[in-house]
Write a protein that binds this ligand. Structure first.
Ligand code: SF4
Length: 152
């Protein structure tokens, strides 16, 4: 889950490079709802496997597997998705033991509270990554529609 705000730099870059409408259409047409629509999982013609927007990826992508959260008792736990918890339960348990003793890496909630200083409501709303990316692109397109064309 991610905020739409963290994908605004990506959306802005897509707009400025004239790709926003095309990427939005690709996401809407994609039948794959289980992984991020910006993930290139198959190498075609030598294309690089991985994130197609790596330089402009969202905050969650930058923090993933290297950040922790705290539970309601203030106990530190690694931020890991369900798939990771199922695949590597021992590693998750060991990491949580270490985190009990000392913090390692950034605390995700600290970064998310910084987003709330940009937009208090949207900084708290969490969506599936696909939806967060769609919202960011649509909002950037709407903004420039009314403001005027500023493509490079
Ligand atoms: S989740 Fe983030 S890093 Fe992964 S493909 Fe999507 S935008 Fe890129």
């Amino acid at each position: 889950m991610a905020t739409s705000l963290e994908f605004y730099p990506l959306a802005e870059n897509l707009y400025k490079t004239g790709q926003a409408e095309q990427v939005l259409e690709m996401i809407h047409n994609s039948e794959n709802r289980t992984s991020c629509p910006l993930l290139n999982s198959v190498s075609i013609g030598g294309s690089r496997i991985g994130c197609t927007q790596y330089e402009k990826r969202g905050m969650i992508c930058r923090l993933f597997t290297y950040n922790y959260t705290t539970d309601k008792h203030g106990l530190r736990k690694i931020s890991a998705c369900k798939a990771m918890k199922l695949a590597q339960p021992d590693e998750i348990r060991k990491t949580n033991e270490i985190l009990k003793e000392k913090p390692i890496g950034p605390r995700a909630s600290g970064y998310y509270s910084q987003l709330q200083t940009i937009d208090f409501i949207e900084g708290q709303n969490l969506y599936p990554i696909r939806d967060a990316i769609i919202m960011a692109i649509e909002n950037v397109l709407t903004y420039y529609h009314y403001k005027g064309d500023e493509k490079e």
